[in-house]
Design a protein around this ligand. Sequence first.
Ligand code: NAD
Length: 254
Amino acid sequence: MRVAVTGATGRMGKTVLSVARERGLDVAFAVNRDAEGEHVEGVPVRPSVEFEALLDEERPDAVVDFTGPEATVAYAGACATDGVPLVTGTTGFSEADVAALEEAGTETPVLVGANFSRGVQALLDAVESAVGDLPEYDVELTETHHNGKRDAPSGTAKVLLDRVEGTREDASERVHGREGEAPREAGEVGVHARRAGDITGEHEVLLAGNHEALELTHRAGSRSVFAEGALDAAAWLAEQPADYYRFETIASQL
Ligand code: NAD
């Protein structure tokens, strides 16, 4: 498989290039916004304004993208034009961004994943099961990330919250932090985002009631778990027809 990597000098882009090298994959090209002649894992990083021209020229089997919503939507448009599959781990999309990615998915395979780790996929299933088994217990979610993370709550937190709300009929609203007079209402789901140091990513779902508490926690120890999952997804996506795919619905096929 020949992959192209965007955001190549970012935290995840560098990790994707490192795992690609470990796997012996060909890297068709790598881009980043302010690239100025640097190399990552021996791969020259080109300015991202050259993305469309490089895509036309190199025709990789898939593009692996970890950047920001604006960049991802632009890359998806170029991938749609050229029929190149796009895997993106970017988070923080608006509804309009998602609509643009779905539109690109009508022309080429597009896969979005808020979290490419296998452990988080298992956490999603465990949370669904626990929330279903403990319907009257209070649910609170806490996520913790490094101090450079831009969006809050994390994309993974949103997927976990979707799963809670899809399982629990009485889920009323997401309450982001609490301050002052803030009694807990029945059915609300508390959401707490912590930003500190270089923590890769932690998600904890707490269920409490009836004199007991259950905590379901995932901790990522290295960004390589996300890069491994994204490259597995890219290999899968390269064989699929044009559509808009979500990682959590296809992860069990990898
Ligand atoms: P980062 O800030 O270290 O890297 C992002 C890179 O994208 C930077 O090099 C930046 O220059 C580039 N970029 C941003 N906006 C751009 C634009 N408009 N045009 C061109 N280049 C642009 O961030 P990171 O920690 O690597 O995370 C990147 C994204 O991936 C975030 O949305 C993050 O939440 C997400 N993420 C997802 C997973 C997952 O498993 N899906 C895991 C970790 C991070």
